[in-house]
Design a protein around this ligand. Structure first.
Ligand SMILES: [Zn+2]
Length: 217
């Protein structure tokens, strides 16, 4: 920001309008850290009014009649089961674990850290494509742990998503991880609870249990 002002003065480059003088400049990440960008990532300087216009125009990209639901929560909280119980066969389902398994031969539930950015990009490419419209998809479920508030807020702002957080006590998730998952999953559970930031905008379902079939993960 200092570099911008030193070079250009108190001028906003404008969001879908001409550059103009502004004394309320803000610096925003082009790709928000909550959406996979890095804290040190590229910044865009805009005045407050242009910055909120940019936020609104992102929200305007929503496709009428398209329902995007982010199902968040710790590992072993039943996110998959929840989607299975609520989704129709013609719904799109973007499950990071399933995409991860589809993109390597490492086997289900084995996460290779170097793959993660690519798996996330594949998921985001589908979401971006959905926003372009001209398709028959009416609903898309995104399954992601998303413990950070900013990450869930990003789904709301950019995709107009509803956010459902499935929450069970940490001990319950740990017990399930111990009996059902590779050992490193206990660490995933602990990390989620360490990083979780509640948000009143989320619909939090505590101790949600499937009514129909048995838990499938
Ligand atoms: Zn401006």
């Amino acid at each position: 920001m200092r570099a911008w002002v030193a070079q250009n003065g108190l001028v906003c480059p404008g969001w879908q309008r001409e550059a103009h003088p502004a004394d309320d400049l803000t610096a925003d990440h082009v790709v928000p850290p909550g959406a996979g960008g890095s804290e040190a990532g590229e910044l865009r300087v805009l005045c407050r009014s242009c910055n909120s216009a940019r936020g609104a125009s992102m929200a305007d990209r929503r496709v009428p009649g398209l329902d995007i639901v982010l199902v968040a929560g710790p590992a072993c909280a039943g996110k998959n089961t929840y989607v299975r119980e609520h989704a129709d066969p013609e719904d799109l389902v973007l499950d990071l674990d399933a995409l991860n398994a589809a993109m390597s031969l490492a086997g289900p539930r084995v996460h290779i850290p170097a793959h993660l950015p690519f798996v996330c990009e594949a998921r985001d490419a589908v979401l971006e494509r959905l926003l372009l419209g001209g398709h028959q998809v009416r609903r898309c479920w995104v399954i992601s742990t998303a413990p950070e508030r900013a990450r869930r807020e990003h789904y709301r702002r950019r995709y107009g998503a509803r956010v459902v957080v499935l929450w069970w006590p940490e001990e319950t998730c740990l017990l399930r991880a111990m009996s059902e998952r590779p050992p490193e999953w206990q660490q995933y559970v602990r990390q989620w609870f360490d990083r979780y930031e509640p948000d009143p905008e989320d619909t939090v379902l505590r101790n949600w249990q499937a009514t129909g079939e048995e838990r499938a993960g």
